[in-house]
Design a protein around this ligand. Structure first.
Ligand code: SF4
Length: 237
């Protein structure tokens, strides 16, 4: 799997390769079981039921790093943050920021495009309870590392959605940028900002999950501030 990731010469090649990954037995079993049993509201739909690749442009200056696809979101539609409440909040904010052409993301063929942006997750398969194991996180890391390598020439800012994504960024520094992570590691928080040398800036943002958005812990204004800062740091108009 590591070798397959390393061989990917462009994002299309990487996306195709990751979509065909079976490296984590528990997650393969779960993603396929969810696709078989389905949620009642989606019973008439064919679920994707496979790893969910990244979304966005090869010349991205901003990246958004999430945790993992949602069982009935990305695992259903085949596109990250597509078809669930988290995506509703995220793409509405990206549209306000001028980084997405439309405020909704409901299906892989809905016409959504983004600019200056790549969105990916630390783990590419939907995990039970949204909780990958440390082994699954580490097994999946080469896909993330290769994806960052491919957009490294333009990438300036990474927005980590939640503490899991924040922690998943540090191994990228060594794998892609050839430098040790800071010690001690900067603590995750909403609005946290780590500025490295010869590596993208890292911004912390509460995850766009319902637990945060329905409770008001993460508001649209807070997301606007984060993406405004990301654009400024990345030099995106
Ligand atoms: S989580 Fe990652 S490494 Fe594991 S099966 Fe899915 S794509 Fe492969």
């Amino acid at each position: 799997m590591v070798a397959r990731a390393a061989r990917a010469t462009d994002l299309a090649d990487l996306d195709a390769a990751v979509s065909d990954c079976f490296a984590c037995p528990r997650l393969v079993q779960w993603r396929e079981e969810v696709a078989r049993t389905r949620r009642a509201a989606f019973r008439d739909q064919e679920y994707w039921g496979r790893p969910v690749p990244g979304l966005g442009t090869g010349d991205a200056r901003i990246a958004i790093l999430g945790l993992a696809p949602a069982a009935h979101g990305g695992n259903r539609t085949g596109r990250i943050f597509t078809g669930d409440r988290s995506g509703d909040v995220l793409f509405a904010a990206l549209h306000r920021a001028g980084l997405a052409n439309q405020p909704t993301s409901v299906a892989a063929d809905d016409g959504l495009t983004v600019r200056d942006l790549r969105i990916f997750s630390a783990v590419r398969c939907a995990p039970p309870d949204n909780k990958p194991t440390p082994v699954e996180r580490d097994t999946c890391a080469p896909w993330l590392h290769r994806e960052v390598t491919l957009i490294r020439p333009t990438l300036r800012v990474v927005v980590a959605l939640g503490a899991f994504a924040w922690a998943a960024w540090w191994p990228v520094l060594r794998a892609v940028y050839g430098q040790p992570p800071p010690s001690p590691r900067p603590v995750f928080g909403h609005g946290a900002h780590w500025s490295g040398t010869n590596a993208p800036d890292l911004l912390g943002c509460y995850h766009v999950s319902q637990q945060n958005t329905f409770t008001g812990r993460l508001t649209p204004g807070m997301l606007d501030d984060v993406f405004g800062q990301a654009k400024q740091l990345a030099g995106v108009d």
